[in-house]
Design a protein around this ligand. Sequence first.
Ligand code: SF4
Length: 115
Amino acid sequence: MIDEKFSRRQLLQGALVGLAAVPAATLIARSASAAEPLSETDATAKSFGYVADAKRVVAASNPNYKPGQRCANCFQYKAGEAGAADGECAIFKDKLVKANGWCKVWMLKPGMTLG
Ligand code: SF4
């Protein structure tokens, strides 16, 4: 009888711990997906000349731009899931930048080459 109560108590405690973990996991999942894409019309994005597609960089007004430069090979970029079209940028916190994007502070990620 004592063993049965003990195991029932343990079962209830385990269930409560499990229930408590569900909202925490939900919050984590929500915060991970809460980041919105960075808009080219965002005031900060404009000041950095961000474009969602590096093929649209105007070379005349961005003389430092070289073909092959894009967010995916930038020092500030942190890729999302493998093959993801966007990821995080240390400059634009809480926003997602396109892997094929570009801005004026692009800097080659160590160990990468253009090409
Ligand atoms: S700093 Fe790098 S990763 Fe961030 S938007 Fe500019 S080019 Fe893309």
